[in-house]
Design a protein around this ligand. Structure first.
Ligand SMILES: Cc1cc2nc3c(=O)[nH]c(=O)nc-3n(C[C@H](O)[C@H](O)[C@H](O)COP(=O)(O)OP(=O)(O)OC[C@H]3O[C@@H](n4cnc5c(N)ncnc54)[C@H](O)[C@@H]3O)c2cc1C
Length: 360
């Protein structure tokens, strides 16, 4: 495979976030020779800042082009946790009472709604109990970096090469067909290049006239150590979104223009106050660890972009929001398509040529 600093492989994946690592695992398991490349460590992009709530569409979610794919997400998580050592899922369920979600129910009653007594029984430390809330009993959460590491290890067990600390600088394209990649460690030849580099994905393609409609969408994750077990499920109300692992209390929030570590510390302090207001806990029982910014790869229309680029033969993209939820199902489908030539109908409405400029 390797000669004079030159690797040649069936599939090279740019980006070892949870999406790229899942494609690497599934493709190597299906028999392809695979190289997975990341400029840093696996899972160090948006994946490292993810809240990592995994769920499927609810009874009131408006259907869109990604709904058929999203409906399969949890089954694929169950399968993956069975197949790959080191993946564990906390199947806690979620409780949602944000205004936008509750407005979908209007005054109607529904099987997936909880009343205040039921909410209090599930979340006894919550101080202000909503009158009603949506209960998604099947939802869960994962440690996204641990999962990415586990997928990378399993890909290696199936023969994949994982290159970390290697930046991909440019595609090598001749006569409209990709031949490989120029990287910080030399040239890597490939039949197929999969661009799974998250919010950075447009950068690699721009010099080939491809305007991938993806923008970085910053969001924050604050982490605390709590000396009390405060949260049992995943909670999402208008003032607080939170879940708790055995070690940490995790709170995602909107980016609010933070531009220094001091700003992030202020945001952490504000969120600690929000927790104190929402739960039966005092500030001394909450130790702030950090607040980090993750650049969510956000396709302009919100739908995943998964498929070949028609005018760049051999280049395939896999970029999406809710990439943690979707990584197992997308990894399986991309590998089936590229290695076994089996195309999933769920991916058809998500192809990049629906919106990508200069691709006709
Ligand atoms: C605060 C927050 C909360 C979130 N909550 C959820 C949630 O609850 N549920 C959910 O499903 N999703 C959630 N998300 C979104 C989810 O985290 C992302 O969709 C997912 O992590 C994207 O994974 P990825 O592998 O596509 O990208 P990334 O994790 O960003 O990985 C891309 C990788 O590419 C590498 N790379 C980039 N350019 C190059 C290059 N030129 N050469 C080599 N390597 C390169 C980077 O180093 C990086 O490791 C959340 C995100 C944030 C920030």
């Amino acid at each position: 495979m390797e000669a004079n600093n030159r690797i040649t492989t069936d599939i090279v994946i740019v980006g070892a976030g949870i999406v790229g690592a899942s494609i690497a695992y599934h493709s190597a398991r299906a028999g392809a020779s695979v190289t997975l490349i990341d400029k840093a460590l696996p899972g160090s992009g948006a994946t490292s800042a993810s809240f990592a709530w995994i769920g499927k569409p609810t009874s009131v979610d408006r259907a869109d082009a990604s709904t058929p794919l999203r409906r399969l997400a949890l089954e694929d998580w169950v399968r993956l946790a069975d197949e790959v050592p080191g993946i564990t899922i906390s199947w806690t369920g979620s409780i949602v009472w944000s205004d936008d979600v509750m407005a979908q129910y209007g005054g109607a009653s529904a099987e997936d709604l909880l009343n205040a007594d039921q909410i209090a029984a599930l979340e006894p430390e919550l101080k202000v109990i909503p009158v009603r809330a949506q209960h998604n009993a099947a939802d869960g959460a994962v440690d996204p970096v641990a999962v990415t590491d586990a997928l990378g290890r399993s890909a290696q067990d199936h023969g994949a090469e994982v290159l970390t600390g290697v930046a991909v600088y440019a595609l090598d394209v001749t006569d409209g067909k990709v031949k490989g990649l120029h990287t910080s460690m030399g040239y890597v030849g490939a039949e197929t290049v999969i661009v799974a580099s998250g919010a950075d994905a447009p950068l690699l393609l721009r010099s080939w006239g491809v305007d991938l409609p993806v923008h970085p969408s910053p969001a924050l994750l604050s982490r605390f150590v709590a000396s009390k077990h405060l949260v049992r499920t995943i909670l999402y109300g208008d003032t607080i979104e939170v879940r708790q692992t055995p070690d940490l209390l995790l709170v995602p929030s909107e980016f609010d223009g933070e531009s220094s570590h001091a700003d992030l510390a202020k945001t952490g302090a504000r969120i600690r106050n929000d927790i104190v207001e929402a739960f039966d806990v005092d500030a001394s029982q909450l130790h702030w660890i950090d607040t980090r910014i993750g650049m969510r790869p956000m396709p302009h229309d919100g739908m995943p972009l998964v498929g070949r680029l028609p005018n760049l033969n051999g280049v395939y993209v896999s970029v999406m929001h809710s990439g943690v939820t979707l990584a197992p199902v997308v990894g399986r489908m991309v590998a089936n398509e590229l290695v076994r030539d089996v195309v999933a109908g769920e991916l058809r409405p998500l192809r990049p040529n629906r919106t990508v400029a200069n691709l006709d």
